[in-house]
Design a protein around this ligand. Structure first.
Ligand code: DQA
Length: 150
């Protein structure tokens, strides 16, 4: 069974903790990475964690997840959520369960944030739970991957 989950983060998330803390909170991306690794350990899933400000780097990691037979992808594409057909296409080709995460509730903000190119290919979407959304995404993926007892 595949046991690696890619957690991918888009532009400006490297600034987490200091970037608009009233929207995104005070937790840093390093802290988020540690939270994801803890969640991964609980479920015996290896976590590959990346952030980039560059669209192509995110596409490359999505392709890598596919090539390596990852169990799933948790992705916060940040602003690329609302603009990137390249990321949509990479996710379409990935053929693994995808969970879209947003720290803020994108539906309660600017109208342009309500549209996501990623949502149609996501198995699940989590937004508005702050950085805990990443942990919820890993928990949800792990539950989905477990063979059902029925
Ligand atoms: C975000 C929401 C996006 O609209 C925004 O561009 C981000 C972060 C979130 O996590 O709430 O950079 O994806």
């Amino acid at each position: 069974m595949a046991t690696t989950v890619y957690v991918l983060n888009g532009p400006n998330l490297n600034l987490l903790g200091t970037r608009e803390p009233e929207v995104y909170g005070h937790t840093t991306l390093k802290d988020v990475e540690a939270m994801c690794r803890d969640a991964g350990k609980r479920h015996e899933l290896e976590i590959v964690f990346h952030q980039s400000n560059h669209e192509g780097a995110l596409v490359d990691w999505i392709q890598e997840a596919r090539a390596k037979g990852a169990a799933g992808i948790v992705i916060n594409p940040a602003a690329y959520t609302h603009t990137s057909i390249a990321i949509l296409d990479a996710l379409l080709a990935a053929n693994v369960p995808i969970v879209e995460v947003h720290i803020s509730n994108i539906h309660a903000r600017d109208p342009f944030r309500r549209h996501s190119y990623v949502s149609p290919v996501a198995k699940a979407i989590i937004c508005g739970f702050g950085v805990n959304g990443y942990v919820l995404a890993i928990d949800g993926l792990a539950a989905m991957l477990k063979p059902s007892k029925g």
